[in-house]
Design a protein around this ligand. Structure first.
Ligand code: NAP
Length: 253
């Protein structure tokens, strides 16, 4: 892909090689990008960054001071910042009545507020660099109601979809593009619980997911990593404020 060599990227939630952030970090490195991986999983993140030739930073995306430190580390290490992949997130199952205020606020803090904080602190560095690309990871559940569960997750992912469009308009004249990515069901640590063969309720949910996915299979993290990398590249130079689905056809129905 074009325009990526020697650019600097920060990928949140990228510690797991089998996760979406991990796959995006790998693909970005393969395209010549200097990558900073951030996460809470320090041992795994440190080892994976070493394997890729990237840098690892401990970073809780819900904390403002952690954002400032992570972005400062990217700039100190590589001299600037051009790409932000707001990928860190947590999953939930609770519906409207089951959810607690504490649980709801936690999901919003990580999946929603964390994305806004990332843009807030990345944009000044991108402006200094003459432009950039922000890729915010939403979900198909940021656009449709799913199974009527996971209310906090849907709320946060819907907000990510719209704040991406809002930010895209704000920075359209400054060569800073902002897009959202909406994965369907991807085979990562986040959905490992749903693959537990000893849990019949989860097995039933997984069966429903597969039968409702037109392509009839889960997505692979690399299939989202490549879309993220495309949006980061200058091959996507006219894409901003748009939402990109990689869901095996789920939202076409
Ligand atoms: P994942 O492997 O669990 O990745 C999420 C990462 O975020 C984990 O490394 C996790 O760290 C990290 N994280 C959690 N809380 C954090 C915090 N406060 N600060 C920093 N990092 C934090 O799952 P994934 O499936 O690759 O998910 C990546 C993104 O894709 C998420 O935003 C998710 O909502 C989205 N997504 C996933 C799917 C899917 O089917 N897998 C579908 C649609 C959207 P720990 O492991 O240490 O907790």
């Amino acid at each position: 892909m074009r325009g990526l060599k020697d650019k600097v990227a920060l990928v949140t939630g990228g510690a797991h090689p089998t996760g979406i952030g991990g796959a995006a970090a790998k693909r970005l490195v393969e395209e010549g990008v200097k990558v900073v991986i951030t996460d809470l999983a320090d041992d795994e993140g440190t080892a994976y960054a070493k394997e890729l030739g990237a840098v690892y930073v401990h970073h809780d995306v819900s904390k403002e001071a952690d954002w400032q430190a992570a972005i400062a580390k990217a700039v100190q290490t590589y001299g600037g910042l051009h790409i932000l992949v707001n990928n860190a997130g947590v999953g939930t199952f609770a519906d409207v009545e089951e959810e607690t205020l504490e649980g709801y606020n936690k999901v919003i803090a990580i999946n929603q507020t964390g994305v806004w904080l990332g843009m807030k602190f990345a944009v000044p560095e991108m402006r200094k660099a003459g432009g950039g690309s922000i890729v915010n990871i939403s979900s198909i559940f940021g656009a449709v109601g799913g199974f009527g569960a996971s209310v906090a997750y849907h709320s946060a992912k819907g907000a990510v979809r719209l704040m991406s469009k809002n930010a895209a308009l704000r920075y359209a004249k400054e060569n800073i593009r902002v897009n959202s990515v909406h994965p369907g069901f991807i085979d990562t640590p986040m959905i490992a619980l749903m693959k537990d063969p000893t849990n019949p309720a989860m097995a039933q949910t997984m069966g429903a997911i597969l039968s409702m996915t037109p392509m009839g299979r889960l997505g692979k993290p690399e299939e989202i990593g490549s879309l993220i990398t495309f949006l980061a590249s200058s091959d996507a130079s006219y894409c901003t404020g748009a939402e990109f689905y990689a869901d095996g056809g789920w939202t076409a129905m």
